[in-house]
Design a binder for this molecule. Structure first.
Ligand code: AMP
Length: 396
């Protein structure tokens, strides 16, 4: 932990440039889900409690360096004021020596217009970074979800001001560090989802660090095919067979046990309620041309839940089957429920994130019981892939 926390800095009378993620869903000019706003309120309140003046830097959509009117952050103003119970002044332009009017300075919090209207933001342009840094005394980054971007407001500015992680960033980093940097062993992961190709770096990094890797979903099909199975119309990536073999070899040399499903729910139709058979899966399996493996089978579920029970730390990314169409959600639901119960009992640390994972865990009613669920898709995956995140490195 090389980064400073909000509590480590004196903020009394200081302007605190606070990078937040309030890129919320909006319909007809109204915020339809304020989760992201709710999640940053502890940081804003903590800055205010320390006598600092929060000046929020945020993006909204992808205006690509231009003023795009329907990507104005003004749309979030009411939701912000409601969540905080404070006055928030909206500042549209950064022009002039002092872009903040007295009225803005009198408000509790200042929100600056979409930072991505400026071409210097995504370019991390030195002059723009200097301009931004000149607006405040301290930099606080509470936007882990954009920490994989080396932009002016996510990384560049940290070099010019005393910097710290906000409360949400701190919680996220501590959860991720406890899962992968210094986990309570044995540590394992459930990695599922559609494709090996989109999770290659993830699998490659995880086999170096984990004791157990449970592979499920469509990507397990590719591994089974690499071992010799013929899986009919199943989702497979024929061009990834060598890669799958390389991952298995790397796992073996690094001492990571790989668990693949030994049976599956096999159907001839990709739809909810479709008829299915339970079929053993191994190197000798040969399915009909129209058959598809859509979920792990009962024997595999037994193995997976037993493996999860042996762990002290579990990372989760991706579903174990086509969880959107019952009954092919069975394995994902069963494994999520066991992981949640063990977490609740204090026997397991569970950290999940990325893409469909949050939806799958919500569907299982397991999300609330997991130790930490990251909603930062790309940044979560890049961390799990072992990559350096510019926004985190800049705080160091
Ligand atoms: P990802 O975004 O890579 O995590 O993939 C998630 C998607 O993979 C979900 O929409 C699942 O329905 C799908 N999926 C998981 N397992 C299978 C499978 N065996 N066959 C087809 N699709 C699957």
């Amino acid at each position: 932990m090389a980064w400073k926390k909000l509590d480590d800095l004196d903020m009394a009378g200081k302007r605190v440039l606070t990078r937040v993620d309030i890129n919320v869903p909006v319909h007809n000019g109204v915020v339809t889900d304020d989760t992201r706003i709710q999640r940053i309120t502890p940081t804003i309140n903590a800055i205010l409690a320390k006598g600092g003046k929060p000046i929020l830097l945020a993006h909204f959509g992808r205006p690509k360096g231009k003023t795009v009117l329907d990507m104005s952050l003004r749309v979030t103003l009411h939701a912000l004021e409601a969540a905080l119970g404070r006055t928030v002044a909206f500042v549209e332009t950064l022009e002039g020596a002092e872009p903040f009017t007295q009225e803005a300075l009198n408000a509790d919090v200042i929100l600056i217009e979409n930072i991505r209207y400026h071409p210097g933001e995504e370019a991390n342009d030195a002059a723009f970074v200097k301009r931004l840094a000149g607006l405040g005394d301290i930099y606080c980054n509470d936007a882990f979800s954009v920490a994989h971007r080396a932009h002016a407001s996510t990384a560049g500015i940290a070099a010019l001001l005393p910097s710290c992680a906000g409360r949400l960033m701190q919680a996220e980093l501590q959860a991720l560090e406890s899962a992968l940097s210094s986990p309570k062993r044995p540590v394992g992961a459930v990695v599922g989802g559609a494709k090996v190709s989109s999770k290659l770096d993830l699998l490659s990094n995880l086999v170096e660090k984990l004791d157990t890797l449970i592979i499920g979903g469509g990507m397990a099909n590719t591994f089974l095919m690499a071992m010799g199975a013929k899986l009919g119309a199943s989702l497979v990536e024929a061009e990834m067979l060598d890669t799958a073999r390389e991952i298995l070899i790397k796992a073996e040399t690094k001492g990571c046990r790989v668990i693949l499903p030994t049976d599956g729910l096999v159907s001839r139709a990709f739809k909810a309620g479709a008829d299915f058979e339970v079929i053993k899966l191994n190197e000798n399996t040969t399915l009909d041309a129209d058959q598809m493996v859509l979920d792990a089978g009962p024997e595999a579920i037994k193995t997976i839940t037993a493996e999860i029970s042996k762990l002290n730390t579990l990372i989760w990314n991706g579903p174990l089957g086509a969880f959107e169409i019952a009954p092919f959600d069975t394995a994902t639901m069963a494994a999520a429920k066991i992981a949640a119960a063990q977490t609740l009992a204090g026997d397991l640390i569970t950290v999940a994130g990325g893409g469909d994972t949050v939806a799958a865990l919500n569907q299982a009613g397991a999300a609330d019981d997991f130790s930490y669920i990251s909603t930062a898709g790309g940044a979560f995956l890049e961390w799990m892939e072992g990559k350096t995140l510019p926004g985190v490195a800049a705080l160091g």
